[in-house]
Design a protein around this ligand. Sequence first.
Ligand SMILES: NC(=O)c1ccc[n+]([C@@H]2O[C@H](COP(=O)([O-])OP(=O)(O)OC[C@H]3O[C@@H](n4cnc5c(N)ncnc54)[C@H](OP(=O)(O)O)[C@@H]3O)[C@@H](O)[C@H]2O)c1
Length: 283
Amino acid sequence: MNKSAFITGASSGFGLLTSVTLAKRGWRVLATMRDLGRREKLEAAARSVGVLERIEIHALDVTNAEQIARLADLIESRGEHLHALVNNAGFAVPGFAEEVTDAELRGQFETNFFGAAAVTRALLPQMRRQGFGHVVMVSSISGRTGFPGVSSYVASKFALEGWAETLRLEMAALGIKVAIIEPGSFETDIWTRNAKLTAKMSDAASPNAARRTRWQNKVEANAKNRANPQAIADLIARILETPNPKLRYVIGKDARMALLVRRVLPASLFERLMVKLSGLDQP
Ligand SMILES: NC(=O)c1ccc[n+]([C@@H]2O[C@H](COP(=O)([O-])OP(=O)(O)OC[C@H]3O[C@@H](n4cnc5c(N)ncnc54)[C@H](OP(=O)(O)O)[C@@H]3O)[C@@H](O)[C@H]2O)c1
């Protein structure tokens, strides 16, 4: 097999693990990351399992239109097929909806939504010429249901899901398959280094200060339940090797439970539960 996959956000977490997992399965991987200074972790992981030569690392910040165009041109100039695109790059902006600034909200969308859409649009002409290709969007359970404290993130993933669902319909007749994955909580840097709190989230004078502390305590208490991110890499590999993937893949016990509870409980009860579980039930 000499299939090739293009992955965004490959410096850590799901992106790194997916790059190595695909390389182990015989794929050639174009692993992209916004800061090449962070390539060592991926290189070490790939080297340790003997697949470094199958991974080609390129600089790509998904908010940088020039970098996107340059990579699309590079792929076209090689005259080779591109079998898969994994839109994985993303981060979170924790902060209450009433307090998030316009810049913070837009910044969240620039990467999680506009970045993924721009990379996809740049690589689709290649897939269209070939007449095949798989596109996987790394969304979240936050792309299906709202969670207090992360409205910006939830909104960006809802937008991504709507775009991807439509793209799937538009691409179906061209042989290009679009799938969305919806992970629950997995242990990666998105909870630490890549959680960019809104300014108000660390403002002691905010009227939400006490609620924020309770919310953060709940998030920290749940940290021990985060799952092993290798399951995501394995799922992405399976999707890319499936001729006709489904639209949505929910992964993680917590994600499946959230959807189940939402489906079976009356809406008012479900909402009360969400508020209680997030620590926001006192003014
Ligand atoms: N972990 C979870 O529980 C979870 C659950 C549901 C969905 N997700 C989604 O999974 C995806 C991967 O996140 P992760 O959990 O693996 O977290 P992670 O370890 O923090 O990895 C995020 C990756 O995205 C990159 N990134 C952020 N902004 C970027 C930009 N503008 N351009 C290019 N790369 C950028 C980061 O680069 P740097 O190394 O330079 O920061 C990093 O490589 C995200 O889309 C996230 O929303 C995660």
